[in-house]
Ligand binder design. Sequence first.
Ligand code: NAP
Length: 751
Amino acid sequence: MSAVAQGRPLSKVVIIGLGLIGSSFARGLKKWQLCEQIVGCARSSSTLEQGLALGVVDAVETDLGRAVQGADLVFLSMPIGATEKILSSIAPHLGKNTIVTDAGSVKGCVVEAAKRVFGTVPENFIPGHPIAGSEQSGVAAGKVDLFLHHKVILTPVSGHCPKAVSKVSELWEAMGAEVILMHHDAHDKVLAATSHLPHLLAYSLVDTLAKDDENLEIFRYAAGGFRDFTRIAASDPVMWHDIFLANRAATLEVLDQFTEGLAHIRAAVDTANSQDMLGVFTRAQAAREHFSTILSQRAYLESMSESIKEKQATFILQPGEQVSGTLRVPGDKSISHRSIILGSIAEGETDVEGFLEGEDALATLQAFRDLGVVIEGPHNGRVKVYGVGLKGLKVPPGDLYLGNSGTSMRLLAGLLSAQDFSVTLTGDKSLSKRPMGRVADPLREMGAHITTEQDGSPPLAIKGNPCLFGITYKMPVASAQVKSCLLLAGLYSDSTTVVEPAPTRDHTERMLRGFGVSVDQKGDTVTLQGGQTLKACSIDIPADISSAAFFMVAASIAKDSEILLEHVGINPTRTGIIDILRLMGADISVQNEKQVGGEPVADLVVRSADLKGIDIPERLVPLAIDEFPVLFIAAACAQGVTRLTGAEELRVKESDRIQVMADGLLALGVDAEATPDGIIIQGKGSDQAGVFSGGCVESHGDHRIAMAFSVASLRSRGEIQVANCANVATSFPSFVSQAQKVGLKIVAKDA
Ligand code: NAP
């Protein structure tokens, strides 16, 4: 059996082209003892001598045919223009099992060269490209760790030998690289945009300036920006000449797109069009800041000042006893979403303060940037939205990715159904499973063209129809998102009426009024006349009562505790948590009530109390829908049984919150029985020292579950570990630090 199949070190590796890449590969092979002998080949004897002197290779050979005889693997790392000639020289001398791979920066031309030489691409020929390097070249420039933490793209063609791919992958991975498989056409397209175009621009800019009569002065004063931007113009000209010739079509395509963009900015500068310039710059700034998250198809985790980073995915909690202090929790998520949406379609500039810089609201913000709205910020909760009016949204450059945010998807579905362009809304894995039929169905009744997956889940492909007609819609399930979606679509119809089976959040109605739109509310019926203009305004977003809820329960269940929660939004459609906790015997006082931008706010003082189990009145369910995970923790600490009914909605939130909470409570030693529309929890009473036994619970990526079980630690006998907590950043990026501040013994750790 060959060394390849057995996974032991290779006997002989031949490296053709002993420059930056070839010599770095050789150094890596040696460091990780991946082969017994390395033979180097290059054009000049000086390179070969240097390679031997530096100990990069064990032997050198000028005759390529002789070099590859008996080789397990041949690595081509010379300029790609030489590939065909070199393959022709080595072809007759390759063994049956010899693997050939390369490092060339363009892959389509390498595959074509192999076809011309061999008739067909041999099964052991595995094209590759390390996405690592520098502007330096030559054997001395190589580095042993050049590929560490970098990607290597392999582009095997159909009929390749899987073992050969595994062996090549193994070598790269042993050097610390991450291997990705891709089709060679896709590779060439991606690299044209991300690597080839920037090199072309750098060469061109330096050349243009160097030709200038004043060039000495220009280069003398060239500072960081110029140096950073043009560093890559110091790269090897022959190598890049070969790359542009080999990847002509893809490079020209992206160059044309860029030229168009440049002409657009030129015109904006020429005509002093601030809106256009700011649009380009703010979109580019946001895209650059969120580069890595965009790449990993996640929303905007990195930008948050106090965020729990993605990798800090497990919360570890030691039993705590007491909490105390003053907190201002982050801005209301629902109101943050709506400030961007309504600000975008208003006439004029809307200033927002207290914006929640959590992933969900940021997903909405980015979506509107993609829809052509200029948005400055967020900077410490401040955002400025340059409204484009009801009809000013533009076709986005691609699908709108809304991360984990159901609110963004449902509200945008309403607004975008009425535009004169088509758009597709997508989300992360969890959002892609959530039901969208509840908004798509009534929107279709209004004349919208929407397609979803067969089960009603995203992506949502929306073909805009600017002539929607008004309907009267009786919502089968109480949902503020559905109501808001229809009201936003209703702005573009004649008259839209929504009838609620139970009261739901009315932030949209309140904010619409703040923007000068008249919204009629009679009992359970909301009516909106379309065609009204929204006028920009200032919005001061209150602290989110859903985030405050975790500390309300914390102070209630922990002994001798008192917490002051400042400037909390107490919109009557959101205060179910206060009502339910009070029914359970909680000690909550509401102080300093005032109105801020149409929304009532107050300071809440919460003190320890002996809670008792209750049957939760169904009328309060929609008013506390997001707070149930932490209310279940309160129920576990209460004396007697707590029963929840009429809350089937909880099963289709970010997770099945009924089942996930029941499982978690059971795992922590609390008797909980999930029912189709609620839960029955046997409270263990406030007089027992440890309600929860401690242990591991799974949040299923649901932020509210993760935070709820963190609060449970205050009445736990042992350590609690909550897995999969990264999504806490969607609604409460500073949760860990705020929880620590009042006394929870919590740390966030890498998974
Ligand atoms: P380099 O430092 O300039 O080295 C090129 C090597 O190839 C030199 O040893 C040169 O020999 C040898 N060579 C040139 N023509 C040859 C021929 N006809 N026959 C045999 N050997 C020949 O180049 P590099 O940066 O390592 O790039 C090598 C390959 O990797 C290129 O295909 C490039 O597209 C790809 N790549 C480069 C980077 C990067 O950042 N540099 C990144 C990823 C991939 P002499 O020294 O004797 O002239």
